[in-house]
Design a protein around this ligand. Structure first.
Ligand SMILES: Nc1ncnc2c1ncn2[C@@H]1O[C@H](COP(=O)(O)OP(=O)(O)OP(=O)(O)O)[C@@H](O)[C@H]1O
Length: 524
């Protein structure tokens, strides 16, 4: 026993001196050999090792595209390996980056996992090396860590790796990144002048889904199928040579769920939303810049497109203008006055052609997997060029609440599938028009203890009142008569030309101010 221990001691001592010898030689080699000679010898050594070593290796560095840009392949591999990490690795890194919605477990440094693809085993190792360099903030001896993943496999699988395994890893990894990320709601209208022309964002947390959207189930299914087909058609779009994007036009009265549907679409596809406020865009160049800055897997939304800018039917107006009788001085003056007024009040120089280019011009093809949605309450006001196929590929009408829609809302708000009162509500919904927003509002319990029956009775009362109102043409007529319309405003303008500034939609403070100036003192 004693002899064995002595032998072991001698072996360790021998090993120690060998290691010390190698380290000494290596230090001498590094210090006294010129660099080009060192590189030459190292090259030969690697070649020698490659000849006897049947394994190949591929490295994926974290920052291969510059110190500050993260290699996308590295990010995808990290995400891909995270599913193996939690079951195989002993040391894990828990990350919750600003972009992640949940805690993500990744391989810690120098950990190794295996992956099996088409029956072949692949080995992945996470590596880190440290180099000293000078840093403007941390001084001369700043230790910079460089991370990478190393993939090892037998030489005979070279074609499999390059042909399909890497593609599989990167695609799956990207999908994991998308699943894990915190989705965003972007806006170009942060209210700060200096941010004009760029996006700011908050976390997107709208809970709407197609399941709780009140509309005809068949129509809903059709939209879901259309969205799924789009999101799975990358190769198809490439084959037909079209940019991978799709336009949706959502139209219908206020409160029928246009905005809710956009949120449901984003949640269904796991996309970000870019809420584009056209009135905050200075000109076409800025519009193009905003477009280029949007990322893939996103929905670009232009709400109330008919009110955003004076785009609706602009061409028509221009034609009409040409046809106007120039000999009539009154008409001429009025026209001029309106033009001056338009110039004064419009804060954006975005034109219809700029918007058309935004949707399907050459620039719109940089970037992929994007959906553009327009919403409007007045589809008839839009220029046909804006909504033709190819720009707005799918037109969806959102309308008043149908019985099927009501059932969805009842399930949603009251957890109710059926009730004897349903039949009465069904008949009332056939006889009168109420938006899903109003139905939802009536179904909401008004007190904490409010029960489902009371809510249904509230809705019935509201529907009956609605029916009564819609049946009484006198009231309806009176309302219409009292409402200001462009035609009435125009008449007023002819009577008193100092009022012409009221012709445009009175929306901005500036406009009101200008208009106020031209009013007689008694009417201010
Ligand atoms: N079809 C619907 N299904 C479920 N909820 C709806 C539906 N339509 C409206 N609502 C409810 O009404 C509210 C207002 O709806 P939403 O803003 O989507 O309507 P909209 O058509 O976009 O209105 P607007 O044209 O005024 O912008 C939503 O918060 C939602 O709760």
């Amino acid at each position: 026993m004693k002899r064995e221990m002595m032998m072991m001691g001698e072996t360790w001592a021998g090993l120690g001196s060998i290691v010390a010898g190698i380290m000494f030689m290596s230090a001498m080699f590094q210090q006294y050999f010129p660099r080009h000679l060192r590189d030459l010898i190292q090259g030969y050594l690697f070649q020698l090792m490659n000849m006897v070593n049947p394994f190949m290796q591929i490295s994926f560095h974290e920052n291969s595209g510059g110190r500050f840009s993260r290699n996308e392949a590295y990010t995808s591999i990290e995400a891909y390996l995270s599913k193996h990490s939690s079951t195989q690795a002993k040391r894990l890194k828990a990350d919750m980056t600003t972009n992640a919605a949940n805690l993500v477990l990744n391989l810690d440094n120098h950990e190794e996992v295996t992956d099996i693809f088409q029956g072949v085993k692949f080995r992945w190792k996470s590596q880190v090396s440290t180099t000293n360099r000078s840093h403007p903030l941390y001084g001369d001896n700043y230790a910079e860590e460089k991370r990478s993943f190393k993939l090892s496999f037998h030489k005979r699988y070279r074609d499999l790796v390059i042909g399909s395994y890497l593609h599989h890893v990167l695609e799956e990894g990207k999908a994991v990144v998308v699943r894990n990320r915190q989705r965003r709601l972007y806006t170009n209208n942060s209210g700060r002048e200096w941010r004009g022309g760029s996006w700011t964002h908050v976390a997107f947390q709208h809970r709407a889904t197609f399941r709780n959207l009140a509309m005809d189930p068949q129509k809903k299914q059709e939209i879901e199928d259309d969205l799924l087909t789009f999101s799975n058609s990358k190769d198809y779009y490439a084959k037909i040579g079209k940019a991978w994007k799709r336009g949706y036009l959502l139209y219908g009265p206020p409160g029928t769920g246009k905005t809710t549907m956009i949120a449901a679409m984003a949640n269904f596809l796991n996309y970000d939303i870019y809420d584009l406020e056209l009135t905050a865009v200075k000109n076409n160049t800025e519009l193009r810049k905003l477009l280029i800055e949007t990322s893939g897997k996103s929905i670009i939304v232009l709400e109330d497109i008919d009110c955003s800018l004076d785009l609706a039917g602009k061409r028509k107006k221009e034609k009409e203008k040409d046809r106007k009788d120039d000999s009539n001085p009154d008409t001429k003056n009025l026209q001029k006055a309106k033009e001056v007024n338009n110039e004064k009040t419009s804060s954006s120089d975005v034109t219809l052609s700029g918007l058309l280019n935004f949707i399907d011009g050459l620039w719109s093809s940089c970037g992929e997997e994007r959906i553009i949605v327009f919403t409007t309450n007045h589809v008839e006001k839009l220029d046909p060029a804006l909504i033709r196929s190819g720009r707005m590929d799918k037109h969806i009408e959102l309308s008043y609440c149908c019985f099927e829609g009501f059932k969805i809302l009842a399930q949603n708000y009251l957890s109710l599938d059926s009730d004897p009162l349903f039949e009465r509500i069904r008949r009332l919904l056939e006889e009168t028009q109420m938006t899903p927003a109003d139905v939802a509002e009536n179904l909401m319990p008004k007190t904490i203890k409010g029960d489902a029956k009371t809510s249904l009775e509230n809705l019935i009362r509201a529907l009956e009142m609605n029916k009564e109102k819609q049946r009484s043409p006198k009231d309806a007529d009176k309302e219409v008569k009292d409402e200001p319309t462009p035609a009435k405003n125009l008449k007023m303008m002819n009577n008193d030309k100092s009022l012409f500034l009221w012709y445009r939609r009175p929306s901005s403070k500036k406009r009101d101010k200008v208009a106020n100036k031209s009013l007689p003192e008694s009417e201010k």
